[in-house]
Design a protein around this ligand. Structure first.
Ligand code: HEM
Ligand code: HEM
Length: 191
């Protein structure tokens, strides 16, 4: 909590709360809310934003440009990562600040992809890994319910381009067009 709320100015670590909101409930569309995420998932992302040994960071912004997190994550120790991940996983979702679905016209398409995938393009059901209600699953499957739809769509495009390197999600996003990605991002946010 200490690190999340205050950062560590001596080491140049910005306070997480500034961008991710109280208890990880962000109100800014492109900043993910982090409350109640599996702690293993949060820890993995913080490692993914930093180069590991001579391997480059797994997670960057579009076209390989650094993400805001690319300057923050490398300054964290393994202990910092463990502490802040556990803190966030124990925070309650504030549903008043959460993301919601807003696209009535694509709702049905989003729901179909969420529940059943797209059989003729070998897209599996999202619910299989992110849980039927979108709450995520331990250890490394993030919560998508209540996440900001703008953020979800952005991440799906980063998986598709490979700027966020993850083979499972790359294969899934690569088989969907922009319309499908927008539909399922909106639907998942509203779960
Ligand atoms: C992404 C944690 C500080 C802006 C993330 C993610 C985590 C995280 C775990 C990935 C979330 C996910 O995959 O769902 C933290 C922690 C911080 C911190 C522990 C403090 C030590 C900040 C600050 C800012 C910020 C200060 C703004 C200046 C963002 C943005 C993303 C993000 C914009 C999305 C990144 C992208 O897609 O490139 N953060 N964060 N974070 N964070 Fe932070
Ligand atoms: C991450 C969407 C299906 C496994 C994510 C994220 C999104 C997403 C938006 C990033 C969340 C964040 O940054 O907070 C979807 C959608 C799906 C789908 C819309 C259906 C079309 C699946 C399936 C699996 C899966 C079927 C398992 C076989 C994962 C994993 C991650 C992830 C492991 C974390 C990747 C990492 O560590 O960076 N998914 N997903 N997803 N998803 Fe999915």
């Amino acid at each position: 909590e200490q690190l999340f709320v205050n950062g560590d100015p001596a080491r140049g670590v910005l306070a997480c709360v500034t961008c991710h909101g109280d208890g990880g409930n962000s109100t800014i569309p492109m900043n993910p809310n982090l409350a109640a995420m599996p702690h293993e998932y949060i820890a993995k992302q913080l490692r993914d934003f930093a180069p590991q040994g001579d391997k480059p960071a797994v997670r960057t912004g579009a076209d390989g440009a650094p993400s805001i997190m690319s300057t923050i994550a490398p300054a964290l120790t393994a202990q910092d990562i463990a502490n802040v991940s556990l803190y966030l996983s124990h925070q309650k979702m504030d549903w008043d600040k959460a993301g919601t679905a807003s696209k009535e016209a694509s709702m049905e398409r989003g729901q179909t992809i969420w529940r059943a995938g797209i059989a003729d393009r070998q897209v599996p059901a999202c619910a299989a890994c992110h849980s039927a209600n979108g709450a995520g699953l331990p250890a490394e499957f993030p919560r998508l319910a209540g996440q900001h739809p703008e953020y979800l769509l952005d991440q799906l495009k980063l998986f598709r381009s490979g700027d966020r390197a993850n083979s499972i999600m790359h294969d899934i996003a690569d088989r969907m067009n922009d319309k499908d990605l927008a539909a399922v991002a909106d639907y998942a946010a509203g779960l």
